[in-house]
Design a protein around this ligand. Structure first.
Ligand SMILES: [Zn+2]
Length: 141
């Protein structure tokens, strides 16, 4: 049975996040879980210059990344809830990718499905943590 995706219920407000398999709108099923980085390489991979990256890490330890997070979504076609690595690529435009194993350890307040607890690791670093980039992304927490 082929069912068409329900379209644009609240089109103007809705984030354009689609199932990578079906192209359906996805409904959020979890809070956003911010990602933090604690190495210059991870910052450089996100477009920070080497010098700034080294300085940030030296001064601050862990840095929360803006425009990227982990979030679970319900797909009405998959009929399942899946976790994705979400990256904002434009105004209300987002790119979803499967979550690489190591990324769970960089997520704030997430316990990965394989049973690795990242929360305690995060808590240890919490006091040294600062926000990096647009703070407006983190009001959901
Ligand atoms: Zn789907």
């Amino acid at each position: 049975m082929q069912k068409r995706c329900a379209r644009n219920r609240k089109r103007s407000k809705r984030r354009a996040i689609y199932c990578p398999i079906h192209g359906c709108y996805l409904d959020s099923a979890s809070p956003k879980h911010s990602l933090y980085v604690d190495s210059a390489q991870q910052l450089q991979a996100r477009g920070v210059s080497r010098r700034s990256a080294l300085m940030l890490v030296a001064q601050r330890g862990s840095i929360v990344v803006s425009g990227e997070w982990l979030e679970a979504f319900w797909c009405p076609q998959c009929k399942t809830i899946d976790w994705y690595h979400v990256r904002r690529i434009g105004d209300r435009e987002y790119k979803l990718s499967p979550i690489p194993q190591g990324l769970w350890q960089q997520a704030v307040g997430v316990i990965d499905p394989q049973g690795n607890v990242s929360v305690s690791e995060f808590t240890k670093r919490h006091s040294r943590m600062v926000k990096f980039g647009g703070v407006k992304d983190f009001r959901f927490m």
